[in-house]
Design a binder for this molecule. Sequence first.
Ligand code: CDP
Ligand code: MG
Length: 159
Amino acid sequence: MKEQTLVLIKPDGVQRGLIGELTTRFEKAGLTIIGMKMVWIDKAFAKKHYSAHVKKAFYPTLEAMITEGPVVAMILEGVHAVEQVRKMVGPTEPRKAPPGTIRGDYAHVSYEYADKKGVAVKNLIHASGNKAEAKDEIKLWFKKQELHSYQTAHQKHTM
Ligand code: CDP
Ligand code: MG
């Protein structure tokens, strides 16, 4: 039941100074950060990460957004981590994301607004969508030697 999932604090989250605040949410939920780094990806890497979206109409704006500055990449481990992290992140469109979710608490815009402006929806976080995506994304972003297994104080009470 223990799973690993990829989380990115996207350039909007980094540039808004929210690395600490967003990371804290995952730590408080008892998820273990087993790998973490700051990376400024290029367009070729963006196409690998978002391979499922490359042919979609919104892809050019998405690529511009994800490559406009560094991201903080982390691998989180925990029970049903893929599903739990997606729940904490909330729906893709901030307009629809309920309060209490990261996208609902730190953003509010709609697809309609972003499309009209010709920009990607800035929603702060990327999180793997399912277990298969998590497996592929972890392999793409992290080498085995960059992942660490250790005991946290949390584990006695949350896992
Ligand atoms: O990030 P998530 O898995 O929730 O959504 P996605 O469908 O995999 O799309 C990836 C990212 O593309 C979103 O998080 C948005 O930043 C962006 N996007 C967009 O700008 N406009 C859309 N119509 C759909 C997605
Ligand atoms: Mg996705």
